[in-house]
Design a binder for this molecule. Structure first.
Ligand code: BDR
Ligand code: CA
Length: 311
């Protein structure tokens, strides 16, 4: 395919990160430059190990995995092991992946890739707390203007939160990082719970992925089955949202999502509403609208894309 999108995936696998990685590893739409990891759902050592395991399953030893930040900018590290399992990949037992962790910190890997390539040509999908991107912007402020699309899974508005009543986990885990990113010149498109709750792994959709009978399909199906089990137990939902797939699917197929321009601000003061994303759509009030907020998703289209790319 000509004109592949150069892409870095910054993530904290995580069962839904794993499905998103399988999609990215299998998508000819992308030139996958690197996977960078962050402490989030589980500690950094585990997210990095999990990324290496997933890379091996997908047969993508060519993609470097760099370890990034092990803690948020200011907050204590918090995990989401109840939704991802103690090791982060649900039912999947850890194994010793053969491919190494790449030399160099994840933050430097992001900076180097963006600064070496043509301005605007490298996209970043952020599927965990935004710590690595915030640190990269502190270290190389010129990077914000040179980055292409920054597609983020994070934030909560109409749907309410999933870690507190008003906040989504990734933004809540490191609100100061999200705040710094959203105040920068980065071209941020956010896939918050308003959109990701529309993209749910129903039994039929999981079965279609499992029926591929490929290592990637088996892995993604196992992740979604684990999510289904815990969402049933904890939240009472039958079909779990597959949050992290959304930004990656959008980068491959923008037509699958409906976006609205806006200005997104993050609550960093109050403990009660820590990490809430205030989304302002009114141009006269916001003065300018530098961000995009996903309001709609074609879930059938997203799952067709997953099923095609994991084949
Ligand atoms: C986000 O939080 C994490 O637990 C998931 O991997 C996803 O990135 C959803 O709120
Ligand atoms: Ca994640």
């Amino acid at each position: 395919m000509v004109n592949r999108q150069a892409l870095i995936i910054d993530c904290d696998p995580g069962v839904d990160d794993a499905v998103a990685l399988m999609l990215a590893f299998g998508a000819p739409e992308f030139e996958l430059l690197a996977v960078t990891t962050v402490g989030g759902n589980v500690p950094l050592k585990k997210t990095t190990r999990n990324a290496r395991m997933l890379r091996q399953i997908a047969g993508r030893g060519d993609v470097p995995v760099h370890a990034g930040a092990d803690r948020p900018l200011r907050r204590k590290p918090a995990g989401a092991g109840e939704f991802h399992g103690e090791e982060g990949l649900g039912f999947m037992a850890p194994f010793a992946a053969t491919g190494p962790v790449a030399d160099g910190h994840g933050v430097d890997a992001i900076i180097n890739a963006v600064m070496e390539r043509e301005p605007g040509s490298v996209a970043l999908a952020v599927l965990g707390p935004m710590t690595n991107l915030a640190l990269a912007l502190r270290k190389e402020p010129m990077m914000a203007a040179r980055l292409g699309s920054v597609a983020v899974m994070g934030g909560a508005r109409g749907e309410g939160g999933n870690i507190t009543a008003s906040a989504e986990f990734n933004v809540w885990a490191d609100p100061e990082a999200a705040d710094e990113v959203l105040r920068s010149d980065c071209k941020v498109t956010m896939f918050g719970l308003d959109a990701t709750h529309q993209v749910r792994a129903t039994d039929a959709r999981i079965a279609a992925v499992a029926a591929l009978q490929t290592p990637q399909g088996d892995t993604a199906a196992a992740m979604m089955r684990f999510s289904q089990k815990v969402e049933r137990e904890i939240v009472g939902w039958d079909a779990p949202p597959v949050h992290d797939v959304c930004p990656v699917a959008w980068l491959a197929r923008p037509d699958l999502f409906t976006l609205k321009t806006c200005r997104i601000s993050v609550e960093c003061q109050s403990e009660l509403t820590r990490g809430h994303t205030a989304v302002e759509f009114r141009p006269a009030i916001a003065r300018n609208l530098p961000h995009q907020w996903a309001v709609g998703a074609d879930a059938d289209g997203v799952f067709e894309l997953i099923t095609e790319r994991l084949r």
